[in-house]
Structures are given as structure tokens and as C-alpha cells.
Write a new protein. Structure first.
Length: 216
């Protein structure tokens, strides 16, 4: 085989490899990112898997009462949501209403601290409700099953909570917190009260600083 032929074949092989790499890269770019609703559903699926894993649960808990609640949660069907709601607004205000212990109007914050406090209040709302209505053991079960993930999304314009409602399962709250450069931190928590969303809708009718809107 002549040197010219070898050179021709080498150049051809390199061109083919470059084309294939470019095609693969183009295909990767075309992959559609998950929506916020889908990201929440993936966390709910992960919580379901965690609840069904008895060996994992036994590592965290030796309480029969706690295990019974987790088994109940594991038996529920979260494969299809009946509705998804978006909760947004002044979460510091909602935190104060739910705890009766905080009034943001009485405290002076820098803009940075105000944002940090609001994020913490938003994240704590599902646990506050579980503590107020369900009690210590259901709260512990919900905390044990909580899942968190980080991802990049341009969809989130402000911190919010998505509430997922199911026909035969406890509702789930997924808190979405914005970070820098479109980073998002999502945390899912089971609300051990099937009437929570209905209660919240009625509760917020009296206030105009929070909105709960059905998005699916």
C-alpha cells in the first residue's frame, strides 16, 4: 500500500470520526430537559423506591410504629397524579401564619438575608404542617423519606412549592429553590394528610400575598 493511499485513508477516517462526534454532540444538545413537574415526579418516584426498601428503612428506624407508617406510604399508588398545584408568594408571611411566631414586618433584613430567610421558611413549611397535624411519628416518617436533587433549569423564575395530589395517596410537596446560573435545588416531602391541599386552598382565600394555582 502506497504512502499516498495510507494518507488518503487516514484523512478519511479522521473525517468520519469528526462527523460522528459532531453528530453525537448535536444529538446530545437536542435532548429535551425535564420540566419542573417532571423533576418533581422523579423525586416522588425515588421516595416510593426508598419506602419500599425495607433493608434501607431498617437502617434508619427500629420503631414498629414508624415502620408501619412507611409501609402504608409504600403501598400507595403515586404512578399518576390527579393534579399539580403551584404555591408561590411571600413564604415568610405563610410561615408566620402557620406558626403564629413570626412577623416579618417586625424585623429589618438586608435583601440578601431576606432571601435566605425566605428560602428556609419555604423549605420548612411541609414539615411544619406534618408536625401540626400528623404528630411526631408521621413527621419522622416523612423526614426519613425526603429526597433532594440539584439540576439546571431556566423554567424557575422564583422560589415556589409544587403540590402533587394523588387519588389514593398522600400529597407530596416539592420545594424548588433558585441558585446562581439557573441552578435549582428541589426537595420532596410527603404531607401525611390527604386533606392538606383543600385546607390550604381555603386558608389562602383570606390573603392576597400567596397564590395557589392548578398547573396540571
Amino acid at each position: 500500500m502506497s504512502k499516498k493511499t495510507i494518507l488518503f485513508l487516514t484523512v478519511g477516517l479522521l473525517c468520519a470520526m469528526t462527523f460522528a462526534a459532531g453528530k453525537e454532540k448535536k444529538g446530545a444538545k437536542a435532548a429535551k430537559p425535564k420540566t419542573l413537574v417532571e423533576q418533581g415526579l422523579s423525586l416522588i418516584s425515588l421516595m416510593k423506591e426508598k419506602a419500599e426498601n425495607k433493608k434501607l428503612i431498617n437502617l434508619y428506624s427500629g420503631s414498629d410504629e414508624l415502620n408501619n407508617i412507611i409501609q402504608e406510604i409504600a403501598s400507595q399508588d403515586v404512578s399518576k397524579q390527579s393534579a399539580v398545584y403551584r404555591l408561590s408568594g411571600d413564604f415568610s408571611f405563610l410561615f408566620g401564619l402557620m406558626t403564629m411566631e413570626f412577623d416579618s414586618a417586625d424585623m429589618q433584613f438586608s435583601s440578601e438575608l431576606k432571601e435566605e430567610v425566605a428560602k428556609r421558611f419555604l423549605s420548612s413549611i411541609p414539615s411544619i404542617w406534618n408536625a401540626k397535624t400528623a404528630g411526631a411519628t408521621p413527621l419522622a416518617a416523612a423526614s426519613l423519606l425526603t429526597c433532594t436533587k440539584a439540576f439546571v433549569s431556566k423554567e424557575l423564575s422564583q422560589d415556589c412549592i409544587f403540590l402533587y395530589e394523588f387519588p389514593d395517596a398522600y400529597p407530596v410537596a416539592v420545594c424548588f429553590l433558585r441558585g446562581e446560573d439557573n441552578a435549582v435545588m428541589a426537595t420532596s416531602t410527603i404531607i401525611v394528610d390527604k386533606d392538606f391541599i383543600k385546607w390550604l386552598q381555603d386558608f389562602l382565600k383570606e390573603y392576597d400575598v400567596m397564590t395557589i394555582k392548578k398547573i396540571q
